[in-house]
Write a protein that binds this ligand. Sequence first.
Ligand SMILES: *Cc1c(COP(=O)(O)O)cnc(C)c1O
Length: 448
Amino acid sequence: MSEPSSGFATAQVQAGYVPGVVHSTAVPPIHQSNAFAFSSLTEARELFALRRDGDIYSRAANPTVLVLEERIAALEGGTAAAGVASGQAAVAVALLALAKQGEHIVAARQLYGGTVDLLDETFADWGIDVTFVDQDDPDAWTAALRPETRAVFAESITNPNAQVLDLRRVAAVAHDAGVPLVVDATLATPYLQRAKDFGADIVVHSATKFLGGHGTSLGGVVVDLGTFDFTREPSRWPQVTAPYRRVPGGSLVERFGAHGSPYIALVKTKYVHDLGPSLSAFNAFQLLQGLETLDLRMDRHSSSALAVARFLEQHPAVARVHHPGLESSPWRAAAAEYLPRGAGSVFSFDVHSAGDPEQDFALTEEVVGRLRVVQLVANIGDARSLIAHPASMTHSHLSPAQLAEAGIAWTTLRLSIGLEDVADVIGDLDRALEVAVPASPRLATLGG
Ligand SMILES: *Cc1c(COP(=O)(O)O)cnc(C)c1O
């Protein structure tokens, strides 16, 4: 891992890879191999016991994936990371390693739709209870805590409405309760915000989005920021403080505490090993290619998105723009404090309501149907500008009450602004939104 003193851009192209192994390839190669040969049975035994570093089998670890893990850990200022098959897998294994049956998680209710599905239904099936709170209400976080709470979870910038989390405040609530704060930093990326600087303990990413940046490869990452001390209350965290059968030599803290991450060791040797959501070497390679230009892309994404938001704010078809860089946003001060380099690419806006959900759906469908540059795609963080209708797409599993709590209306459209010429994106939206301009009283009078 490169030294923390090296710059962000240096780390994003170099961390985690030392040329000179195998064929001295300058770029990390794709180690497309399920498994790795041992020189002897003794070596195999040492590797299986984790007494020696080395490669065994790609479900557990792969050299190309390892470069990605070390690079993202370096960018986040963490001690170790686990690369997994998707962002969804990252959220799942990050939280499963903290909370088991009978235990509890407090989560923001402004979450990505897939995460709501996971926490509200699948975790409930497994006996892990989740309380959802309004992330801007500090009393609600505190009131939701229980003796069996094991994690606090939120997105640093929410999808789709780009609400900016008051990280310091939520971190303080979690730490007062003796539990780690887990942050989904997918929209922020380590370039716009290092969550560690504001008190987060564990970061998860959907690398599918901005880390890869080209819309080609699913992936996820869990990063241990090394700030949470599991040994302060050992009885609460037996998964890392009690003897661990899979790694001989005591507990994971005893094995990895000093200079590694007992938590990431648990994520890998138990949850990724048992459930199998491994990241492929090929996808890790693709994500590494994207990662090398993260800072350049995030600067462009952020400035273009703000320009589009300013354009939409004055458009007569638009009722509201949810972008934390705008003067009108309730999260403007939070964005200035937590996201000084820009608020990223993803935000949403509401067109004027036509009256009821069916009419609103028809109206938004007409707007989306007229777009030529911005594409209707259920993704974000692509080089292309993408639009989605959360109520019928990414958040369609939510009840009407959950939609309202998450601030999503039938008139809400989510944008992920890409790397095109911003004038083309604005022109495209302008043309498409013409159909949604409510007839002005003056025009109606003239017409009558
Ligand atoms: C997309 C997304 C996820 C899920 O990631 P996948 O890679 O699609 O599994 C999780 N959190 C946020 C904020 C996302 O945008």
